[in-house]
Design a protein around this ligand. Structure first.
Ligand code: NAD
Ligand code: UD1
Length: 340
């Protein structure tokens, strides 16, 4: 069985390629390197000792996609390709809608042309909007009005669009994977997150403070109704998340139609919990200061991962200390990310 991984050079995609190859799947990888580097493809091959076809291609390029499908017998697509910077999406929304929504339309049209109707989509906990209760379960209402940015809205629009595709043609099988907060890196230290410029997300910021690239972490608020006043999130190790995709492909093969799954650990940690764990595990001090809340942030967000366990047979195995240890190994071994 051959799986096309779009956005396979990126952070979550590259880790997923490794897990798929380790499980014996054939993969074909596509990326336009908008937010990634060719070195990650090289590292996937080094780590697994396996080769696979790679296409430098944009999902908006219909002819380019046709070539990929023509030259390979693709059974299933794992669709990571997308833009994901929340702040940027507020500034240039049309680029986000075009890339993410139109890109997915073109991809699905070409898939259908070639008779491939199996897709795993990278969605996000952001589709729940402003949650009314915790933990979040898949039966909670999704809420476009509660989503504070265009990036998040593209995720919900694509989810709804894919559900419509299934309604129109029951031959499709679609897994909508709602990620919570992926962090960590491959334990080899060869793959990890390589953000452009100053990171927006917490873990890459912490590790850049740790290595001395940034002077101090700003903690956005210590007056939330949480155990220490800082925001609580469901951090999930990227390798656990990658393994969730392998399970989703197995589920797709059972031809169950369309469904959504939370991929999280079910446990929430605060900003200070993460900072303290990083300091303890890696024996390194993180300078931080408390500043005001970040606009659009919610106090607490964590998953109920029971459905993924029951239906996909998947549970996260790695804990917060593993996430901190592996992030630091990646950062230390690759101070400039994939730039060798
Ligand atoms: P990433 O930016 O590292 O990976 C995305 C990859 O897609 C990049 O390699 C990029 O070059 C590629 N890409 C973007 N647009 C493309 C296009 N038009 N054609 C071809 N390739 C294109 O991001 P990631 O963190 O690995 O995220 C993967 C997916 O998971 C994204 O869809 C993202 O929105 C989603 N997601 C990520 C998070 C997170 O916290 N990282 C959370 C929820 C959902
Ligand atoms: C953010 C996005 C979300 C996206 C997710 C993963 C926003 C409002 N939400 O979620 O849509 O799906 O990233 O890409 O941007 N924090 C600090 N200091 C920092 C950075 C973060 O204190 O420098 C805090 C935040 O206030 C939050 C926690 O750390 O409490 C996690 O933040 P972050 O990593 O940005 O993830 P989310 O806010 O959950």
């Amino acid at each position: 069985m051959s799986i096309l991984v779009t956005g396979g050079a990126g952070y979550i995609g590259s880790h997923t390629c490794v897990e798929l190859l380790n499980e014996g799947y054939q993969i074909v990888v596509l990326d336009n390197f908008y937010n990634s580097k060719p070195q990650s493809i090289k590292r996937i091959k080094e780590l697994t000792g396996k080769d696979f076809p790679f296409y430098e291609c944009d999902i908006l390029d219909r002819e380019g996609l046709r070539k990929v499908f023509k030259e390979n017998n693709i059974d299933c697509v794992i669709h990571f390709a997308g833009l994901k910077a929340v702040g940027e999406s507020v500034k240039i929304p049309l680029k986000y809608y075009y890339n993410n929504v139109t890109g997915t339309i073109v991809l699905c049209e070409v898939m259908a042309e070639y008779g491939c109707k199996n897709i795993v989509f990278s969605s996000s906990a952001t589709v729940y909007g402003m949650p009314k209760k915790m933990p979040m379960t898949e039966t909670d209402p999704v809420d476009i009005a509660g989503i504070t940015n265009p990036y998040g809205r593209t995720k919900l629009m694509i989810e709804e669009m894919l559900r419509d595709v299934y309604r129109s043609d029951n031959e499709w099988n679609i897994a909508l994977l709602r990620y919570f907060n992926p962090i960590g890196a491959h334990e080899s230290g060869k793959l990890g997150e390589d953000p452009n410029g100053i990171p927006n997300n917490l873990m890459p910021y912490i590790s850049q403070v740790a290595i001395g690239k940034l002077p101090v972490l700003s903690i956005y608020g210590d007056d939330y109704p949480t155990h220490d006043g800082t925001g609580v999130r469901d951090y999930i190790h990227v390798v656990d998340l990658a393994k969730g995709h392998v399970k989703a492909v197995e589920w797709i093969n059972l031809k169950k139609g369309v469904d959504a799954f939370n991929l999280g650990t079910g446990t929430g940690y605060s900003v200070l919990d993460l900072v303290n764990s990083f300091s303890k595990v890696n024996d390194i001090k993180i300078n931080y200061k408390i500043v005001g809340r970040r606009a659009g942030d919610i106090a607490v967000c964590y998953s109920d991962p029971a459905k993924a366990k029951e239906v996909l047979g998947w549970t996260a195995q790695l804990g917060i200390d593993d996430m901190c240890r592996d992030t630091w190994r990646w950062q230390k071994l690759n101070p400039n990310g994939f730039d060798e």
